[in-house]
Design a protein around this ligand. Structure first.
Ligand SMILES: Nc1ncnc2c1ncn2[C@@H]1O[C@H](COP(=O)(O)OP(=O)(O)OP(=O)(O)O)[C@@H](O)[C@H]1O
Length: 263
């Protein structure tokens, strides 16, 4: 890293995490930098993708190594820094919509904007801007959250996270219920919105297409470690080698047509 690179907002160093049995993650190194291009982690079901996100959020006991937020160990943050951390590092998970289902979309997004103001993270953006970021048309503002489809709820969850202008956005299978055509559109808008804000993005997913479209660097998680890293096209090309890790070979075999189409 050159001396002019910004310091990571979130960093995992030599991270070892487990749930009591064998380690699920071993020796993970990951840095999320402000203004950097999105980073992806792909891996099969059970590889440890959600575990990685939970560890970065400080929700799991770290066996070895550490996770730092702006250089401070996440597990040892004082009250003020914890508050800063919660405002700066946001997550969107598959079923992670954390609002009253009886509220209108307008109320939910307005509430997130108001929380951002209170946390000193106001952006001057409006409910309409945020709905546009996730390709929800303006009429959705009047709908109750309850009435939204699964994919629309996931898009709202993304809008709520963006409303708080996070320094880092951790996305754990955020668009599983969104159809493929709309997913492409949302990736485009999300890329614009996070680039404009310099938000560091981590996307964990088993969806090679989604990760390849959003992320310029991807890590393949298998056997608890990153067994390959680089641009998705390079990772998929390396999967054709005889000595490639089986997880990388599996990715390449499952997504041959997708190769060479990513950034
Ligand atoms: N609370 C827990 N207690 C014990 N084991 C757990 C717990 N949570 C996850 N695991 C195990 O850790 C491993 C990794 O799970 P994790 O959910 O991180 O994988 P994943 O890559 O996100 O999978 P998926 O794509 O299916 O969501 C799995 O073997 C899982 O069974």
């Amino acid at each position: 890293m050159s001396s002019t690179s910004p310091a990571p907002i979130l960093r995992a160093t030599d991270l070892v995490v487990g749930y009591g049995g064998p380690a699920i993650l071993e020796g993970i190194e990951l840095a999320l930098l402000p203004g950097a291009e999105p980073v992806g982690v792909v891996g099969e079901s059970g590889a440890g993708k959600s575990t990685l996100v939970q560890a970065l959020l400080g929700h799991l006991r770290i066996r070895e190594g550490h996770v730092t937020f702006d250089g401070r160990t996440v597990g040892k943050l004082g009250r003020r820094d914890k508050k800063k951390f919660r405002a700066a590092v946001r997550t969107v998970a598959q079923n992670g919509l954390d609002v009253d289902l009886r509220w209108t979309v307008d109320r939910a997004v307005s509430g997130a904007l108001s929380d951002a103001r209170k946390a000193g993270r106001a952006s001057g953006r409006t409910v309409a801007d945020l709905l546009d970021d996730v390709a929800l048309e303006p009429h959705f503002a009047k709908r109750t959250v309850y009435s939204l489809s699964g994919g629309e709820k996931q898009r709202l969850a993304l809008a709520l996270a963006l409303a708080t202008r996070p320094g880092a956005l951790l996305l754990d299978e955020p668009l599983t219920a969104v159809d493929p055509a709309m997913r492409g559109e949302i990736v485009r808008r999300l890329t614009d919105a996070t680039r404009a804000e310099g938000t560091a993005v981590l996307l964990v997913s088993h969806d090679v297409e989604l990760v390849g479209r959003l992320c310029s660097t991807v890590h393949v998680l298998a056997d608890g470690t990153f067994v390959a890293s680089g641009p998705m096209n390079d990772v998929l090309a390396a999967g054709a080698d005889d000595d490639a890790h089986p997880a990388v070979r599996g990715l390449a075999e499952a997504a041959p047509l997708a190769a060479q189409r990513f950034r």
